[in-house]
Write a protein that binds this ligand. Structure first.
Ligand code: DON
Length: 305
């Protein structure tokens, strides 16, 4: 079916206007706490790079855990299956920053999207490249075509100053020999990666390699189609943490959220999406974002099911 996304995006934006409870911005990172939950943007990117958007779809925001998808792809491309010796691919059923499973699972995090798993992935990427946050930023710049993307120093410093929980996760995993770099180096790279600013348009375009079964915007291959499938599957089962079941039930797409209020989602073989709304629910997912994606798949019938 040939579909232009403009009418559907306009309708979703109108519905989001009427949303009364939009949740609250993340306040455990003080630099994010002042964000206005009333803000909203949404973009859809076709596989040929055409992008449609509504609301503040060109407004950069703090990408946070959305970047975990890109660092995972870059680490998997370089390390292959051996990456899965360091991190699992099962839903955790626990909050994204939980410590509880790590001790009895010997420092191997459940999946690459909870904080512990993302720390391990960034550690491996940094061990191989020597510049984990830089290669992630470069990848986002190349795939979005936006050379102006930057790391927000204020956000990175704010999180460093309040990063005890992530430090605890990293030091515990280091004690289990599952961290290769000195922990302070790893934390710096991880916080810098999370502090990349990008817009819905940038992120929808940068995610398109997952809808193209591993092919980058310039036609070169980052991942095998099997590796792209693996990442989409982990996004579906683990991308919204302890709300992954609810997200799959409502949206029916591989997706990945961040506490900056962004969520990316993939319709394999068809298009990619990014929504932004800084108000979060109790499990750290954007209220407006999940609602908008739910409405998108309902109105268009584009889901993986
Ligand atoms: O490490 C943290 O806690 C943040 N930099 C990222 C967490 C995040 O985005 C989880 N998302 N819902």
């Amino acid at each position: 079916m040939l579909l232009t996304f403009e009418p559907v995006l306009a309708r979703i934006a109108e519905e989001i206007e009427g949303l009364t409870d939009r949740g609250l911005p993340a306040d455990y990172i003080p630099a994010l706490a002042g964000a206005d939950p009333a803000r909203f943007g949404m973009a859809v990117a076709e596989l040929d790079g055409t992008v449609y958007g509504v609301g503040e779809w060109r407004q950069p925001f703090s990408t946070q855990s959305v970047t975990k998808v890109f660092s995972l792809a870059l680490a998997l491309a370089r390390k292959g299956d051996a990456l899965w010796d360091h991190v699992g691919r099962e839903p955790s059923g626990n909050p994204f920053n939980s410590l509880v499973q790590l001790e009895y699972e010997n420092g191997i995090p459940r999946n690459p999207f909870i904080n512990a798993g993302a720390l391990v992935v960034t550690d491996q990427l940094h061990r191989i490249t020597g510049d984990a946050s830089g290669v992630t930023l470069d990848f986002l710049r190349a795939e979005s075509g936006n050379r102006d993307l930057v790391i927000d120093r204020e956000v990175a410093e704010s999180e460093t100053a309040h990063g005890d929980r992530n430090a605890a996760l990293a030091y515990f995993m280091a004690s289990c020999d599952n961290i290769a770099n000195p922990v302070p180096t790893l934390l710096r790279e991880y916080f810098r990666q999370c502090a990349i600013r990008a817009s819905c348009a940038d992120l929808a375009l940068a995610t398109a390699f997952l809808a193209r079964h591993g092919l980058r915007a310039d036609g070169s291959r980052l991942l095998t189609s099997s590796q792209a499938k693996q990442i989409n599957a982990v996004m579906l089962t683990c991308g919204a943490y302890d709300a992954a079941g609810d997200f799959a039930h409502r949206v029916g797409l591989p997706g990945k959220s961040g506490v900056g209020g962004g969520i990316i989602a993939v319709v394999p073989g068809r298009c990619t999406l990014c929504v932004w709304g800084p108000g979060l629910d109790a499990r750290g997912n954007s209220v407006a974002g999940v609602t908008a994606l739910d409405r998108f798949t309902t109105l268009t019938g584009l889901s993986v099911f």
